[in-house]
Design a protein around this ligand. Structure first.
Ligand SMILES: *Cc1c(COP(=O)(O)O)cnc(C)c1O
Length: 437
């Protein structure tokens, strides 16, 4: 007869005379190499100022749900209509996730199964377009996403895509150009969404244009979903036909994607995600989305979203005072795009030097960039992650000073090391969620 104790995962299954072999050892024992790398990434995330605007820290609760046994279950289909048995629990998880997300955004319908932001967008094409149909989105160099029809993406290869840009004068989205291209090409979908745009998106103006040409308006709020929920950016719900988003950026959920839409499009969207594009949903991710949606509905999340925008505004002011040139002259949201042309440092050199100094951002093209995309003139940064660890405007002032020093002398290794040490000391006062130091 087996003892109940044998069912525990660390029970030695051989007699103690031979070396104990654990039936189901923890990661550190089973795979010390990966365990060490996970730990090193934890420390990197704890000790550096993470300014990549699409990144964040998830809570311990979100991490736990992501690392749960729900990863073991197949559940193709939707709650109550699955292609496998044994969905007693999973159906409840997905229903809870959907109910919470719908309440959070005030949406009529949501599909939480897309594997990430890019598949969510692909599903929208599948729902509303045939191959070769015209589509319109913000061009990549102006701050759009690959999946909005950029030429190297499947969305630029399988559809006839047109790209609008920003105005040369103020680098804001050129709505006159959106209207002109929409009238000329009659797109099936107009995308409104950005990855490197520091200003508010005017969903209502896009709606007018979409109505005029009979296009579906799709708002991709991947970057700003957390700001929308927190009430610091206008919501496209009720304006756009479809809203797509990642769940892991400002929203602070697991890596995933979602599609929110009006009830009238629910069937088309659901069919496009499954069986159109995907197989089994990632149920561990679905559970973590439910957790993140619960967290995002709490008052503390609103304060976080307000802090993200306030920190970005103050950081932008301080960077301007340090002599940096900012695309559009500042920011309304979580993101800042610096044009380094006047500092005579390419974006890549600046980004590398900053990383060595413990300040992590990414090099990025600026509008009408004279340099190549792989070696552009700018860097992109954002305040979501540092706001999640509770930093505020005092820290933004120090950050701007450090950035200016490092960018002024990107080859000065001693300076980089000194700043890295100061950054690390600051970080110790702001332990990030989800990481035990
Ligand atoms: C990040 C992002 C995506 C893609 O998300 P992935 O999860 O990386 O596939 C799509 N659209 C926009 C606007 C984004 O910012």
């Amino acid at each position: 007869m087996r003892l109940a104790r044998e069912e525990t995962h660390d029970y030695p299954v051989r007699p103690m005379s031979s070396p104990p072999v654990l039936r189901d050892p923890p990661l550190a024992t089973r795979d010390p190499e990966i365990a060490r790398l996970v730990r090193e990434e934890e420390l990197r995330e704890a000790h550096k100022l993470r300014l990549i605007p699409s990144e964040n820290y998830v809570s311990r609760a979100v991490l736990e749900a992501t690392g749960s046994v729900l990863t073991n279950k197949y559940s193709e289909g939707y709650p109550g209509r699955r292609y496998y048995e044994g969905q007693q629990i999973i159906d409840q998880v997905e229903e809870l996730a959907c109910a919470r997300v719908k309440a959070l955004f005030g949406a009529e319908h949501v599909n939480v199964q897309p594997y990430s932001g890019s598949p969510a967008n692909l599903a929208v094409y599948l729902a509303f377009c045939q191959a070769g149909d015209p589509v319109l989105g913000l061009a990549l160099p102006a701050g759009g996403h690959l999946t909005h029809g950029w030429n190297v993406s499947i969305t630029g290869k399988y559809f006839k895509s047109f790209g609008y840009g920003v105005r040369p004068t103020d680098h804001r989205i050129d709505l006159d150009e959106v209207r002109r291209l929409a009238r000329e090409h009659r797109p099936k979908i107009i995308w409104c969404g950005t990855t490197a745009y520091p200003r508010v998106l005017e969903f209502d103006k896009f709606r007018e244009i979409a109505d005029e040409v009979g296009a579906k308006l799709c708002a991709d709020i991947s970057h700003i979903a957390g700001l929308v929920v927190g009430g610091v950016h206008p919501s496209p719900i009720g304006i756009a036909d479809v809203v797509t988003t990642t769940t892991h950026k400002t929203l602070r959920g697991p890596r995933g994607g979602m599609i929110l839409c009006r009830a009238e499009y629910a069937k088309d969207i659901d069919r496009a995600v499954f069986p159109g594009l995907q197989g089994g949903p990632h149920n561990h991710t679905t559970a973590a989305i439910a957790v993140a949606a619960k967290e995002a509905s709490e008052p503390e999340f609103k304060r976080y979203a307000e802090r993200v925008v306030e920190n970005a505004r103050v950081l932008a002011e301080c960077l301007l005072a340090e002599g940096f040139s900012l695309v559009t002259g500042g920011t309304d949201n979580h993101l800042i795009l610096i044009d380094l042309t006047n500092r005579n440092v390419p974006g890549k050199v600046a980004a590398r030097a900053l990383d060595r100094a413990g300040i992590v951002c990414n090099y990025n093209s600026v509008p009408f960039d004279k340099r190549k995309p792989f070696d552009p003139s700018g860097i992109r940064l954002g305040t979501p992650a540092i706001s999640s660890r509770g930093m505020g405007t005092d820290e933004m002032r120090r950050l701007a000073k450090w950035m200016s020093q490092v960018v002024s002398a990107p080859d000065d290794e001693a300076l980089g090391a000194r700043v890295a040490a100061e950054v690390r000391e600051l970080c110790q006062n702001f332990p990030p969620p989800g990481i035990v130091i």
